[in-house]
Write a protein that binds this ligand. Structure first.
Ligand code: ATP
Ligand code: MG
Length: 474
């Protein structure tokens, strides 16, 4: 059967221009794989037998970026897209990689006129196909058949390929997770055998693969099957393997429970990471009382693990802080209490609290089934209470308070830490529901607090005076 891939017009134009100049040109790699699978490709890479110098000549007069040229890559810009960014395509001369002495980078690259040689340096059969309308599918390693059979298989001898570039070990299990493919036997064995080569790979590279792996449909399966590879990049997980929880609330050991939570939560990095880390501290704090296991304050220990590991893997601060906040606060028992909602909103913000609810849901779905329905209902009720508190526009943060620092200063309190302390007291009382978030009530409470602390407060100040209306006493 003749395969037809629908190539975006700009990429098509680049291919036509190369062909018109007498060269061969193809879309290649991930975009061919995704197209054959009916998935939308992220980007379209083009390869050609034209040399870098020949490409420059052919694309003369077009906007190009030459930064990758010594490796054979010319970036050709198309038109601007709706967001104003340039549509861009990487066009690379067919390449052969030289020897690899650092388990990651070829010592040299050289160019070739043979597409098959270019395809043979690529990592997996499903990634080693090229296509053009003129020549059809070029598939020397059986990539299309492996897509049919849903298999990730190395091009060539797996151990050699992982030795050349150990990042391929992570890519292998990442593709298995994202595409939902099994890893072919020899490829899988080699990945596990050579896992220690991952120590030579930059943390940033590992992180990118880990994020994609965790967000894939097959994440729980891959974490289960390749736990030893995961332990190579995150040795802290070993303690969780087969760790019997000895409690009626759980049916799985710590690692297996973790995998279920990962599978039960939305496929976004922050949530999947939070699920991955949430119980990692359990083995450290395990104790047995009354014949069952307890994990006192494991959330804190898990949070410390999450922080250490994410720092080591060079996660950005925003992701790290979001994940840590979720891990630290997971396991909170949601009550029918607007006060608790305000407290948690204050601590986590709206997005953070919604994420915590997602984590709790995924967590209870992965615990002993006899408690699931009841706990899900508690969480749903709490989630509705969050909606209500937000709809009511209740105050849950300093910026929502009906007074600000200036009002406290206008009462005659000296600029300094005392102002913050008074504001905090006010917020605390509002969160508790002990005080209305109304200007008058807040100002008279602020006065009372200041006096009780021995502060010098302007007693004549009109409680409902507008901003700046009070005279200051120093
Ligand atoms: P995706 O972009 O969806 O993550 P992809 O297959 O496009 O998947 P890229 O990292 O964009 O992956 O690489 C493009 C192509 O380059 C791959 O399909 C593969 O043919 C080749 N490739 C990338 N990294 C390697 C590697 N480490 N070793 C060998 N070939 C690689
Ligand atoms: Mg790609």
């Amino acid at each position: 059967m003749k395969i037809k891939i629908s190539i975006p017009p700009e990429a098509q134009r680049i291919i036509r221009e190369l062909e018109a100049a007498g060269f061969r040109a193809f879309v290649v790699g991930g975009c061919v794989r995704d197209s054959l699978m009916g998935r939308e490709p992220d980007d379209w890479d083009i390869c050609t037998d034209a040399s870098p110098a020949e490409m420059l000549e052919i694309f003369e007069g077009r906007r190009v970026i030459e930064t990758g040229l010594k490796h054979g890559t010319l970036t050709v810009l198309g038109s601007r897209n709706d967001n104003g960014a340039w549509e861009s395509y990487e066009v690379t001369t067919f390449r052969i990689d030289g020897d690899y002495s650092d388990n990651r980078h070829p010592d040299s690259v050289s160019f070739t006129r043979e597409i098959e040689e270019d395809l043979s340096r690529r990592d997996f059969t499903v990634n080693a196909m090229a296509y053009s309308d003129k020549e059809g599918l070029i598939d020397p390693f059986g990539g299309a058949a492996d897509i049919q059979r849903k298999i990730i298989r190395c091009v060539g001898e797996p151990e050699t390929r992982f030795n050349e570039d150990a990042l391929r070990i992570m890519r292998c299990i990442r593709f298995s997770s994202v595409l939902g493919f099994a890893v072919e036997d020899e490829t899988g064995k080699a990945a596990v055998k050579l896992k220690s080569l991952l120590d030579n790979i930059a943390a940033e590279r590992i992180r990118v693969e880990l994020d994609k792996l965790l967000c894939g449909d097959g994440a729980p399966r891959v974490l289960r099957e390749y736990r030893d590879v995961i332990a190579q990049i995150i040795p802290e997980v070993k303690e969780a393997f087969d760790f019997d929880q000895q409690t009626p609330y759980h049916v799985y050991d710590v690692w297996e429970h973790t995998l279920h939570v990962v599978g039960n939560i939305e496929q976004e990095p922050v949530l999947r990471l939070a699920a991955f880390f949430h119980d990692l501290g359990k083995p450290d704090v395990f104790s047995v009382r009354d014949g069952r296991g307890h994990f006192y304050r494991h959330e804190r220990v898990s949070e410390e693990y999450a922080r250490t590991i994410m720092r080591r893997l060079k996660y950005d601060n925003e992701t790290k802080e979001k994940v840590c906040a979720l891990v630290e606060n997971h396991g909170v028992v949601f009550r029918d209490s607007e006060k608790q909602v305000r407290r948690l909103l204050n601590k986590l913000g709206e997005e953070g609290l919604r994420d915590l609810i997602r984590l709790e849901l995924a967590d209870v779905k992965s615990q002993a089934p006899q408690f699931t329905d009841e706990r899900i209902e508690l969480i749903s009720n709490f989630s509705r209470l969050v909606d209500k508190v937000l709809e009511d526009e209740q105050c849950f943060s300093m910026k929502d308070l009906a007074v600000d620092g200036k009002d406290v200063l206008n009462m005659g309190i000296k600029q300094g830490p005392e102002v913050g302390r008074i504001m905090n007291c006010l917020l605390d009382k509002v969160l508790e529901g002990e005080l209305e978030n109304e200007r008058e009530a807040l100002i008279s409470e602020a006065r009372r607090i200041a006096r009780s602390r021995g502060g010098n407060v302007d007693a004549d100040l009109n409680a409902d005076a507008g901003e700046g209306a009070g005279k200051q006493i120093h």
